[in-house]
Design a protein around this ligand. Structure first.
Ligand code: ADP
Length: 394
């Protein structure tokens, strides 16, 4: 069975054809800089062969048509069993992946105010696919859905209750597909019982979030109404004093939207270091003696550790802490620093295991006998393909 997985963003379109049963990928690709003269599509076949074609000035529709054409050329279009779309915001409407019909499309549209940058292109991708693949069943997989199990004491902000009732202001949480996949994989790897398990997942990529997963369900998470809340990220500040926004509006003579934009795009690792939003580049700078890069990494790890410790509260105990995402899976010094900060919770690093990302110890990077921390690679596209396969085959 082959599933087309689509992640249609504001100026890019990621795609992959995945067999969710065999867990293999026939092809994947990325159309980027959409709407600009430099728009292009890169294809990567299963053999690793890459091919780039220009689609100058191409918008989402043109890119999707080019993807359709490329799939036909490769003999992949006819055999598709369904299409799975990543949709960022499902608000309070969606707590699971959904087979797309008029009602679901309307629901995604009703969440535009909550996900203004993501939901409109996500829905556009769905509508273009409907035209290109008439009759093909499509599924929406929401970033927020996994977190709909949070209890209200976790998702409500201590602000006027009317904000929640009238404007749906609450914590939603994101990266749900990753947190769901990695927590389930952790439970499987450690031989735990889902119904009696306590796992923290630290998803550390360009965006970062951590989730407490109790008995297989999300009970608290660090991202909030938007992905700006919580951990320090590549370009996002994470938690700050909310009064800072008004303060900096006045100081800079800018409006709240502009200052919020700076918190989203010029803060976090890039803001502190002034060098890069990319952890690998920063670690290389640290090795060269760059103090601001060192500061950025220190703040990242310290704040991350504090947030992870806080997630022990809803769990009551910790069976495992799983590191995932580009930084979580690859950055040996970041994991080492975080585990060092978390000694209070019984973690003790095994440097040899950590150095090989725990590959020889079923992912485990802490010593036997101490609290378990491990590395568990994420695979969001596979989750989308699995959910889609499940729903299209009934
Ligand atoms: P996205 O959120 O865009 O999917 P990724 O999960 O690919 O991002 O993570 C990107 C981050 O992972 C970057 O900060 C990158 O520097 C970091 N990363 C990737 N490989 C390494 C590595 N070997 N060492 C340190 N950081 C790494």
């Amino acid at each position: 069975m082959q599933i087309l997985v689509i992640n249609c963003g504001s100026s890019s379109l990621k795609f992959a054809v995945i067999d969710p049963v065999a867990r293999t990928e026939a092809v994947n690709g990325l159309a980027q800089r959409l709407g600009s003269p430099e728009a292009s599509i890169t294809w990567k076949d299963a053999s690793g062969k890459k091919q780039e074609t220009a689609i100058a000035g191409g918008d989402h529709a043109k890119a999707m048509r080019a993807v359709y054409g490329g799939l036909k050329e490769r003999g992949l279009a006819a055999g598709l069993a369904g299409i799975g779309h990543r949709v960022v915001h499902g608000g309070q409407l969606f707590s699971a992946s959904m087979l797309i019909d008029e009602q679901v499309e309307k629901g995604i549209e009703s969440c535009f105010a909550l996900g203004p940058l993501h939901n409109p292109p996500n829905l556009l991708g769905i509508r273009i696919c409907k035209e290109l693949f008439p009759g093909m069943r499509q599924v929406a997989v929401f970033d927020t859905a996994f977190h709909q199990s949070m209890p209200r004491q976790a998702y409500l902000y201590p602000v006027p209750y009317a904000w929640y009732e009238q404007h749906a202001v609450r914590k939603y949480g994101f990266h749900g597909t990753s947190h769901r996949f990695v927590s389930a994989r952790t439970i499987e790897m450690l031989g735990l019982k889902t119904e009696d398990s306590a796992v923290i997942v630290a998803h550390l990529g360009n965006g970062c979030s951590a989730t407490a997963v109790k008995n297989g369900k999300s009970v608290d998470t660090t991202m909030g109404l938007t992905p700006l809340e919580g951990l320090v990220m590549g370009t996002r500040s994470g938690d700050i004093d909310p009064a800072l926004i008004a303060f900096m509006c006045e100081r800079l003579g800018k409006d709240a939207a502009k200052v919020t934009d700076l918190l989203n795009k010029q803060s976090g690792l890039i803001g502190l270091s002034g060098v890069s939003n990319d952890m690998r580049a920063l670690l290389a700078e640290v090795d060269k003696g760059n103090d601001r890069a060192k500061l950025a990494v220190e703040v990242f790890c310290y704040r991350l550790a504090k947030s992870l410790a806080a997630l022990a509260v809803p769990l009551g105990r910790i069976d495992a802490l799983a590191f995932t995402g580009g930084i979580g899976e690859n950055s040996v010094p970041v994991r080492a620093k975080v585990i060092e900060h978390l000694k209070i919770l019984g973690f003790a690093l095994d440097p040899a295991r950590n150095a090989v990302s725990g590959r020889e110890s079923k992912g485990r990077i802490t010593t036997d006998g101490s609290t378990c921390a491990l590395v568990v690679p994420t695979n969001e596209e596979l989750v989308i393909a699995l959910d889609t396969a499940g729903l299209v085959t009934g």
